[in-house]
Write a protein that binds this ligand. Structure first.
Ligand code: NAI
Length: 447
């Protein structure tokens, strides 16, 4: 018996369509799934309108009417505040939990106020424990790299703990003072920490990192590597400094690799001790790099990285730096995935200065949709979306953010860009390789 649908206070659930269920952590998708969407604040309004037209056209092109998405609008951010009087209504969380997969636009998060990030709250409440961000030079966006085509990796960022757990107290608050007094007492009694003290006037944030949460993210990363024939998984951490959090993160990732995936992996230590530095055919190399080194590695030798597994904060920072390598946040897609729900989202924010002007670039939202279709087991739609983005961008039809940087490009509005994407869904010529022409700094390929 399927679970009964919760009673939603204020949502118009489509009559046709069914929920996506999960079995052993994988989605089971009906032909007419109901998928909740959050339009988002700011440019979310522009890019969602464009993206949904492209999604529907791609599904129709792939399945000729045999499959169709029934979209269900759910609310968060400013629109929810207007409708429900809260930024993240229970209806929204319950609808995503029940229907299993959702897609969202960006939401405003005020800095330094008492309001917690809606994105972080959603990830924690729905236990979306892996934040997955593919970083790949797919469609000729203006990249600062000399060889952006070498950039092709996926980041698996732990998404529920670390400093993002949101456990913190303001400087000089009674709670911070109480905790500091307790910590200073512990420090003074332990010979190994003698002489260390926390300043009484400090603000305090807690950084929990646990074996279970670390390992379920690593498991997902290794399964991804196996499924996609990838032979390199790198754990990125700052364990040399934070031994019992990020150091433990590294150790627990290795532990999982050599217990659950023993037959499939070789650690870097084993590579040299047992295999003369040569990875045996069909095995996955599991290695680790310290985070500061990883930041330069992905710039200098991106070709040596295919899957990166990271704690929450380091993963957030590296994801945005990596997105710059393939043309910036405006095109970077993201997925937040748990065992019973998944939420797909563009990684950029609400870009308030360009909102409601029909100039925003919907590519990140559309690429996030492509990931969603892959996740629900509709890879034909993912391929159509990837291909049409490449065709359209490489033909020089671009929104202003890209057109301004690319020689000879034609600048079009958000809606017109979506029209071009839909038109190019039907194109039959081969998908072109991304071009590298960037205005002013004309990049020559090294021989
Ligand atoms: P932002 O990503 O909104 O903007 C950064 C720059 O990128 C701006 O120049 C903007 O115009 C440009 N940009 C972003 N998206 C674009 C698009 N689709 N097309 C063309 N240009 C685009 O980052 P910012 O300014 O730091 O944040 C603005 C608001 O967004 C804040 O309230 C922040 O908290 C929120 N935010 C929300 C996120 C989410 O909901 N996932 C993620 C990041 C920020």
């Amino acid at each position: 018996m399927p679970p009964t649908q919760p009673v939603f206070k204020d949502l118009r659930v489509p009559k046709a369509g069914e929920r996506i269920r999960y079995a052993h952590g994988e989605p089971v998708t009906p032909a007419h799934p109901i998928i909740p969407f959050i339009e988002g604040d700011g440019v979310g309004r522009d890019i969602w309108k464009a993206a949904v037209r492209v999604f529907d056209a791609a599904v129709a092109a792939a399945y000729k009417g045999e499959r169709k998405i029934e979209w269900l609008e759910v609310y968060a951010g400013d629109k929810a505040q207007g409708k429900y009087g809260v930024y993240l209504p229970d209806d929204t969380i319950e609808a995503i939990r029940h229907f299993g997969v959702a897609i969202k636009g960006p939401l405003t998060t005020p800095v330094g106020t008492g309001i917690r990030s809606l994105n972080v709250t959603m990830r924690q409440t729905l236990d979306l424990y892996s934040c997955i961000r593919p970083v790949r030079f797919l469609f000729g966006a203006p990249s600062p790299m000399r060889h952006p085509e070498d950039v092709d990796f996926v980041i698996f960022r732990e998404n529920t703990e670390d400093l993002y757990a949101g456990i913190e107290w303001k400087a000089e608050s009674p709670e911070a003072k109480k905790l500091i007094a307790f910590i200073n007492d512990m420090l003074s009694k332990d010979p190994s920490t003698k002489g260390k003290r926390v300043d009484e006037a400090a603000g305090i944030g807690i950084k929990p990192i646990s074996r279970y949460r670390t390992q379920r993210n690593m498991r997902r990363a290794l399964k991804h590597a196996i499924k996609n024939g990838i032979n390199d998984v790198c754990i990125v951490h700052k364990g040399n400094i934070m031994k019992y959090t990020e150091g433990a993160f590294r150790d627990w990732c290795y532990e999982l690799a050599v217990t659950e995936f023993r037959g499939q992996v070789v650690t870097e230590e084993e590579l040299h001790a047992k295999h003369g530095g040569k990875l045996p055919e069909g095995k996955i190399l599991v290695k680790d790099r310290i985070a500061d080194n990883a930041f330069q590695q992905i710039l200098l030798y991106p070709q040596n990285y295919r899957v990166l597994v990271m704690p929450n904060l380091e993963g957030d920072l590296l994801s945005d730096a990596a997105a710059a390598q393939i043309g910036g946040l405006g095109i970077a897609p993201g997925a937040n995935i748990g065992d019973e729900a998944a939420v797909f989202e563009a990684t950029h924010g609400t870009a308030p200065t360009i909102a409601d002007k029909n100039i925003a670039n919907p590519s990140a939202m559309i690429s996030s949709g492509a990931l969603m279709f892959e996740h629900i087991g509709w890879p034909e739609v993912r391929k159509l979306l990837d291909d049409t983005l490449r065709r359209t961008v490489n033909s020089g039809t671009l929104t202003a953010d890209f057109a301004d940087q690319i020689e000879g490009a034609t600048s079009v509005g958000t809606g017109e860009f979506a029209d071009a994407l839909i038109k190019n869904l039907a194109a039959s010529e081969p998908v072109p390789e991304p071009k590298l022409a960037r205005k002013k700094t004309v990049m020559k390929r090294r021989k």
